[in-house]
Ligand binder design. Structure first.
Ligand code: GDP
Length: 456
């Protein structure tokens, strides 16, 4: 619902910094600036998109801060409404006082995501673009931010629009035959109508399958380093990070907590977890420990199962191996710089194997490649081309559209009436419309925007 209130919120996070920005949007934004701003140019006379220096005064006309103010007049603004931004000094109290000035002048505190919600409601961006704003803010790698920027730029929306256009053309043809069954429009070329529908369904499936990569980019990939004590897990973690952050111990089983570090591999944000704390959990007799380790292995996107190539395999190795699912495990044979006595033939079932020396740094490039390949294999997207979907909501909408088209093909085989086929096409269109927001129910919209931060 469009609102006529003028909203205000801090646009920069609370804390100390060079500048803090307070933002307003709505029909009275410029009036409110006029009330509190004192400079050479009055707010009403400010040119759109120009910065003006001045002071903000409270009701007693006491200076609250020295600022730069900018007015962005509708419709050329983020929200499509009049927007004002005040760049004040970046301190918690200053920003609070500036906010209070505007609240006292009559502005209303913005709800989470309300600026972006207004941008959506005013047609400045569609829903997929609005969602990309959050992804962009939260992106933890360059590649993740590029995908978000592409989405913000409308790449996904355009793709969905193209799908919709073709479905609408097919629907128009069907409706013409429903409305005028036996005259002007001639006989219906059903195979001619279905061929593009089949092709569309395939294209949608390809797009839906890009979600695996998209999710990994958006949420990051959790990689667990598992193995019995002393196989070189911490050394591997350090080598991957390129610096000595976790402690490497000479003594097996020194108790340490599980360590988690962030890094970027092949553009994917990775959370690397050294399950050093699993030391006691790999203790065979400890049921609870085994349960915890299994839980960690289950929840990880990928497990690096480390064994020591310079020792024979022992019970603890086999216990750790039992916790791994072969399809998401890479077997890492460490200490390959030493004579190899570990009988890796016993480790059948783990096809992906990499021989490394964490201490001397070899085999690590191959390991990095294997990790990234796990998330980009059979994807043409690995090179960065193509549209990638990052939201489960978009994937689900695509799957609903595909399923409606599948139903349509079944109905055709069953010689169902044209009305039935038209209904399935409409269903596919409605599912696609949920991605861009045309057909998204209000409660879902509210839920999406409530995930934004205040001021965005
Ligand atoms: P963790 O208990 O599994 O975390 O094992 P650590 O990383 O603490 O390593 C245990 C011992 O193995 C340390 O003395 C390391 O220096 C040594 N180590 C780790 N990686 C290698 C390797 O690739 N080659 C050799 N020769 N020793 C290693």
């Amino acid at each position: 619902m469009l609102s006529f209130e003028t909203i205000v919120a801090p646009a920069t996070p609370p804390g100390e910094g060079g500048v803090g920005i307070v933002r307003l949007s709505g029909p009275r934004a410029v009036d409110f600036l006029e009330i509190v701003f004192k400079g050479k140019t009055s707010a009403a006379a400010m040119k759109s998109h120009h910065l003006y220096h001045g002071h903000l005064l409270n009701q007693e006309r006491v200076c609250v801060d020295e600022v730069l103010a900018v007015v962005m007049r509708a419709p050329r603004s983020y929200t499509g409404e009049d927007v004002v931004e005040v760049h004040c000094h970046g301190g918690i109290q200053i920003q609070r006082s500036v906010l209070d000035l505007f609240l006292a002048a009559g502005a209303t505190m913005a709800a989470s995501g309300e600026f972006t919600q207004r941008a959506f409601l005013n047609g400045r961006m569609d829903l997929a673009q609005a969602e990309a704003v959050v992804d962009l803010i939260k992106a933890r790698s360059e590649r993740a931010s590029r995908v978000a920027l592409d989405q913000l730029d409308g790449h996904l929306s355009r793709q969905v629009y193209l799908f919709s256009q073709q479905l609408k053309a097919a629907l128009a043809l069907l409706e013409a035959h429903i409305d005028f069954p036996d005259d002007e429009v001639g006989t219906l070329d059903l195979p001619g109508l279905l061929a593009p529908v089949r092709e569309l369904s395939l294209q949608m499936s390809t797009l839906a399958s890009s979600f695996d990569v998209g999710r990994a980019l958006r949420e990051g990939i959790s990689v667990l380093i598992l193995g019995r004590p002393n196989v070189g897990k911490s050394s591997l973690m350090n080598a991957m990070l390129g610096e000595s952050r976790s402690i490497v111990t000479e003594v097996a089983g020194t108790t340490r907590d599980t360590l988690e570090e962030q890094l970027v591999l092949g553009g994917f944000p990775i959370r690397l977890v050294d399950a050093a704390g699993v030391r006691e959990t790999v203790d065979l007799v400890e049921q609870e420990g085994v349960r915890r380790a299994r839980e960690k292995a289950l929840s990880a996107d990928l497990v690096l199962m480390v064994v020591d190539g310079s020792c024979p395999l022992g019970d603890e190795d086999f216990l750790a191996l039992e916790l791994c699912q072969s399809d998401k495990t890479v077997l890492v044979v460490n200490k390959s710089d030493q004579a190899q006595v570990c009988d890796i033939k016993l480790l059948s079932g783990f096809e992906r194997r990499v021989f490394i020396s964490a201490k001397h740094g070899f085999g690590l490039d191959e390991l990095r490649e294997v990790i990234v390949d796990q998330f980009t294999c059979n994807e043409t997207l690995s090179a960065g081309e193509g549209v990638v979907i990052t939201e489960r909501r978009h994937r689900d909408a695509l799957l609903r559209a595909i399923s409606a088209l599948d139903e349509l093909l079944v109905s055709v085989d069953a010689l169902a009436p044209l009305e039935c086929l038209a209904m399935e096409l409409r269903e596919a269109l409605s599912a696609l419309g949920q991605i861009t927001g045309e057909t998204t129910p209000d409660e879902i919209l509210d839920q999406i925007f409530s995930q934004f931060c205040i001021g965005k």
